[in-house]
Design a protein around this ligand. Structure first.
Ligand SMILES: Nc1ncnc2c1ncn2[C@@H]1O[C@H](COP(=O)(O)O)[C@@H](O)[C@H]1O
Length: 198
C-alpha cells in the first residue's frame, strides 16, 4: 500500500547501544521508510544509530534530509552522503526544522539526547501545538524506563491519561511502518505556523 505521508523524522542514538537488535531496528526503519517512499528527516550525523538509519535509507534509494547544528558537525560527524544537508545555527533551529518537515515522529533506541527530543515533541503535542503521531519503536524493550516514568507521572496526578495517550508504542520497525500507512499528510502551513509559537 503506498504511503500517504511525505516525511517522517527519526530520533535515535548517536551511539549503537549494547544489543545488535538496536542496529537491526535502525536498518529496518531506514530501509522501510525508503521502500515506502517516505522521506527520512533526521539529525544529520554519521555516528551510531543515526548513521545506520540514514545509510540504510540511502542504500534503499530513499530521500534523506539531515539537519545538524554547526557546533555538532565534527562531534556527530556530519553525514555528507545524504540527499540534503541543512546546517543550523542552534539545536533549537534544528528541532524546529525537523518538526516542520515531518508528518510523524519515530523514536528509536537512544540516550539522553533522544529522550530530550522525545519529551520536547511530546510536550509540544500536549500543548496542542501539533497533532502528529509519535511512535516509540520499543526494540528489546529499550524504552521501558522512559515509559515507566511517563506512566508514573500519570499515577502521581502530574499528567492526564489523555496526555499519556499522545504517544504510541510499537514493538518493531514493521509495526511502525504499518502504522505510518494510516497517517494522513499534515498541512505544512499549519506546521510552519506552529513553529512560530515554539
Ligand atoms: N538537549 C538536546 N536537545 C536536542 N537534541 C539533543 C540534545 N542533546 C542531544 N541531542 C541530540 O540527540 C541525538 C541523539 O543523542 P543521544 O544522546 O545519543 O541519544 C543527537 O543528534 C544529539 O545531538
Amino acid at each position: 500500500m503506498p504511503a500517504r505521508i511525505n516525511a517522517a523524522a527519526v530520533f535515535c542514538g548517536s551511539r549503537f547501544g549494547n544489543l545488535p537488535a538496536y542496529k537491526e531496528a535502525a536498518e529496518a526503519v531506514g530501509a522501510g521508510l525508503a521502500q515506502a517512499g517516505i522521506h527520512l528527516v533526521y539529525g544529520g550525523g554519521y555516528v551510531g544509530l543515526m548513521g545506520v538509519v540514514a545509510d540504510s535509507a540511502i542504500q534503499a534509494g530513499g530521500r534523506v534530509t539531515g539537519i545538524i547544528p554547526e557546533f555538532l558537525e565534527a562531534r556527530e560527524v556530519m553525514h555528507r552522503g545524504v540527499t540534503e544537508l541543512v546546517v543550523t545555527d542552534s539545536m533549537h533551529t534544528r528541532k524546529q526544522k525537523m518538526f516542520a518537515l515531518a508528518d510523524a515522529f519515530l523514536i528509536l533506541p537512544g540516550g539522553f539526547g533522544t529522550f530530550d527530543e522525545l519529551m520536547e515533541i511530546l510536550t509540544w503535542k500536549q500543548l496542542q501545538l501539533h497533532a502528529k503521531p509519535i511512535l516509540i519503536v520499543n526494540t528489546a524493550n529499550w524504552a521501558q524506563g522512559v515509559l515507566a516514568m511517563l506512566n508514573e507521572a500519570v499515577s502521581q496526578g502530574f499528567a492526564s491519561p489523555e496526555a499519556r495517550g499522545l504517544l504510541e508504542v510499537v514493538p518493531d520497525a514493521a509495526a511502525a511502518l504499518q502504522r505510518l500507512e494510516l497517517v494522513p499528510r499534515s498541512d505544512s502551513r499549519e506546521a510552519l505556523e506552529a513553529t512560530s509559537r515554539m
